[in-house]
Design a protein around this ligand. Structure first.
Ligand SMILES: NC(=O)c1ccc[n+]([C@@H]2O[C@H](COP(=O)([O-])OP(=O)(O)OC[C@H]3O[C@@H](n4cnc5c(N)ncnc54)[C@H](OP(=O)(O)O)[C@@H]3O)[C@@H](O)[C@H]2O)c1
Length: 163
């Protein structure tokens, strides 16, 4: 099964100039908890924005470039190739960015979405979610403190089964 992990601000903003738009250590912890021990799938730009291989996770990076080669990273040159690489996995995680979310959204069953109450200028957006196709199955408020000052909540959305 494929899932998406994403942190979304107001108006579906997710990034600007190949970086994130807020600092929220709670969300980074949440991301680690969900993805550790599993496979993460990302676009080449998101990989470059993270800037390193994250510990305890299998990395698959999508790129059309033949030059891309990074130790500890598997390269895929199409969505189909990714699907083959993860076909035996119970749950693999699509972690962005905008281009990759758009292409994988029709293929995923679950979305781990952190909603962040912030408005900012952005150049990358999460695709619109059809509320008839997705239902919120879990919702937990984020706890604010001196390091986590922006109100946020952790949602899990699941695709509605059609009868
Ligand atoms: N808020 C969040 O949760 C979150 C999460 C992740 C990322 N982000 C943000 O999102 C932004 C990056 O997103 P982005 O949309 O610019 O880039 P991206 O989706 O990370 O990567 C795009 C790249 O992926 C490769 N690619 C895309 N589709 C492909 C396909 N079908 N087959 C093979 N390769 C394919 C191409 O790489 P080549 O050009 O090498 O061919 C393309 O340039 C950054 O600002 C980042 O901080 C936010």
């Amino acid at each position: 099964m494929l899932s998406i992990v994403v942190a979304v601000g107001k108006n579906n903003i997710i990034g600007k100039e190949n970086g994130l738009l807020w600092h929220l250590p709670n969300d980074l912890k949440h991301f680690r908890k969900i993805t550790e021990g599993h496979t993460i799938i990302m676009g080449r730009k998101t990989f470059e924005s993270i800037g390193r291989v994250l510990p305890n996770r299998r990395h698959i990076v999508l790129t059309r470039s033949s030059d891309f080669q990074v130790e500890g990273v598997e390269k895929a040159s199409s969505i189909e190739e990714v699907l083959k690489l993860v076909e035996n996995e119970e749950e693999a995680f699509v972690i962005g960015g905008g281009e990759i979310y758009r292409q994988f959204l029709p293929l995923v069953q679950r979305i781990y979405m952190t909603e962040v109450d912030i408005e900012k200028d952005a150049d990358v957006f999460f695709p619109a979610i059809d509320s008839l196709e997705w239902k919120v199955v879990e919702e937990e408020p984020g706890v604010l403190d001196e390091r986590n000052t922006i109100p946020h909540r952790f949602l899990i959305l699941e695709r509605v089964e059609r009868s």
